[in-house]
Design a binder for this molecule. Structure first.
Ligand SMILES: [Zn+2]
Length: 578
């Protein structure tokens, strides 16, 4: 093997092993750097006749792309790396007539379609799958693979080539029932189990590479066997990836997570629970995952107040009321009741390979969101202390991808008292403009559903699947508080911005089923700061002055909400003290 390739491998292995644990700490996208290095080598390989005859050089490049994707899953370039790994192996298969390398290309391309179902490279990966199957003579399978492009990914640029292929392969068209069987063929794999815990809450997320039905069940503690309460899901037609690693549970409600085969082709994931109040299980798609939320018994301020309320009601109109508790006691009681708002978590929407909406001149939503989030954090750290804010956290402080359900879990893990997700709006009609703030709920309003579909990275059709889940969470999601919080934030942004800018449209407070707000159970809002697709608003979003105005608006909204909340709780406290 040539020396330059050998030194590249050495450099590559060192880079990955030395930096993987620090990659997110220094804020630089290490994966992107390695991807670009590999890409340069790949390009030079393609253009060099001599080198390109050597199969092992191709293999090194293919593996290098794949390991960037595996080692840096949050990198902006993770999807491109996986995509090119598939492409390199297809090329190896073609050049060296190797069946195994084509199989690898198929595996990587299928992985791409599963993990990134909505990327602009999804249709290219899918057409590679079809092409290789066709080359192998599996004409019916190839037909189905092309069919998937025409019917599942119809807006992409592979639509016409795939449609042409369907005509060509017409005689291989399977009957409807066979097609259905083939599409569902194969069993899914459980590829990842992640979890987040506080003393009072646990969220477990199970990733399955195909959409499979599941059943969840709860088992009471069994004194005979000494087993604690258990919550489990049985996932049909799946097996567990043999490389699956689950981080041990270190605190909170869970004792341990166990997983294994329950019956042939049924995988079971069991949570051994120390204590709990209630649980919920639901699934999300694209990529498919099953979420298990467990809430512990404990300091739920609503419950404590509800209990106190009835007991103290009769004293409410007591005119002889004179007692004024020392302020230190108010503080500690408010804290005990969870009324004190100390911790704010700010979520900059999108990131990494998910750019969010893109403006007419190319401005990316993920970058604007992060800038606003950082400015808001700074302002809150500077001024928030005056009204009781002690901690401010971001869900991400760099350009990296975080799944929606993880953002809520981060807020819970930080013991947040308020949660704000920051976004930019988008519409096909470039004239659309304005500011709107959302809280979690259902809606029949088509435009709100479209906003939620875009932010959930799904279709409006799939949004209706969320209805049952949202229904279950509404009871605990502080709708009234969130609504009040949203009104203040929306109002202050509009006032602040329209003081300096013209044609600022107040689109008001709205409701929609946002995944990022599901399970937060604290006042939570999602702010659509402006339309990035509107040329005027896109231009404004580029200016520091404008986004400072937005951040100031959110800050005043928080201040107003917190101020009112503190006063209200003092009044309530005094009443209950009678
Ligand atoms: Zn967004």
């Amino acid at each position: 093997m040539e020396t330059y390739i050998r030194s590249f491998i050495l450099f590559f292995i060192l880079s990955i092993t030395l930096t993987v644990s620090f990659s997110t700490v220094d804020g630089k996208d290490r994966g992107k750097f390695l991807y670009e290095e590999t890409l340069t080598l790949y390009k030079s390989l393609v253009s060099n006749n001599q080198k390109s005859k050597k199969k092992e050089i191709w293999e090194v490049i293919g593996e290098a792309f794949y390991s960037v994707y595996i080692s840096y899953p949050n990198s902006e370039k993770a999807p491109n790396s996986l995509f090119l790994a598939g492409r390199v192996y297809e090329e190896i298969g073609n050049r060296f007539r190797s069946f195994e390398d084509h199989s690898k290309a198929l595996r990587y391309s299928r992985e791409f379609v599963n993990i990134y179902p909505r990327s602009n490279l999804t249709d290219d990966s899918q057409i590679r799958i079809a092409r290789i199957l066709e080359k192998r003579g599996n004409k019916t399978d190839a037909y189905i693979a092309y069919y998937k492009i025409v019917y599942d990914l119809p807006r992409d640029d592979m639509y016409h080539p795939a449609k042409k292929k369907l005509k060509e392969l017409k005689s291989y068209r399977p009957s409807r029932s066979i097609a259905k069987k083939i599409l569902n063929r194969g069993i899914g794999r459980i590829t990842k189990i992640r979890h987040w815990s506080t003393d009072n809450y646990t969220r477990v997320v199970i990733h399955v590479d195909k959409e499979m039905t599941y059943k969840s069940n709860f088992l009471k503690a069994d004194p005979k066997t000494g087993k604690p309460p258990r919550l489990y899901v049985d996932i049909q037609k799946t097996e567990i990836d043999n490389t699956l690693y689950v981080e041990p549970i270190t605190k909170g409600l869970l004792d341990k997570i166990k997983f294994g085969k329950n019956q042939p082709n049924v995988s079971r994931v069991v949570l051994y629970i120390n204590s709990f109040e209630n649980y919920k299980v639901f699934s999300l798609t694209e990529p498919y995952r099953i979420v298990m939320d467990i809430q512990g018994a404990g300091a739920n301020p609503d419950k404590i107040f509800a209990g106190n309320n009835s007991k103290n009601k009769k004293y409410k109109n007591n005119k002889d009321y004179k007692y004024k508790p020392p302020s230190g006691d108010i503080d500690s009681l408010k804290q005990a009741l969870g009324l004190k708002i100390k911790t704010v978590v700010i979520d900059a929407g999108h990131g990494g390979h998910d750019p969010g909406a893109i403006g007419p001149s190319g401005l990316k939503e993920k970058d604007v969101n992060l800038r606003i989030a950082k400015i808001l954090k700074e302002k809150l750290l500077r001024d928030g202390g005056k009204f009781g804010i002690e901690n401010v956290y971001l869900t991400r402080s760099t350009d990296r991808f975080i799944p929606l359900e993880e953002r809520t879990a981060i807020a819970k893990k930080r013991n947040a008292d308020l949660f704000i997700s920051i976004h930019c709006n988008a519409a096909k009609d470039r004239r659309a403009h304005g500011i709107e703030t959302y809280i979690l709920s259902f809606t029949n309003d088509q435009s709100s559903l479209e906003v939620a579909a875009r932010e959930n990275a799904t279709t409006t059709k799939k949004i209706s699947d969320l209805e049952d889940i949202v229904q279950e969470y509404l009871l605990s999601s502080k709708i009234e508080e969130s609504n009040r919080f949203a009104r203040y934030v929306q109002g202050s942004i509009v006032t602040n911005v329209s003081g300096k800018y013209s044609k600022v449209k107040n689109k008001g407070v709205k409701k929609a089923p946002f995944i990022v707000l599901i399970g937060a159970d604290i006042p939570s809002i999602l702010v659509e700061t402006s339309f990035i697709t509107n040329p005027t608003e896109e231009n404004r979003l580029k200016s520091t002055k404008y986004i400072n105005k937005i951040a100031d608006g959110i800050l005043s909204g928080i201040k107003k909400y917190v101020g009112e909340n503190q006063t209200a709780s003092i009044v309530e406290f005094n009443e209950y003290q009678l």
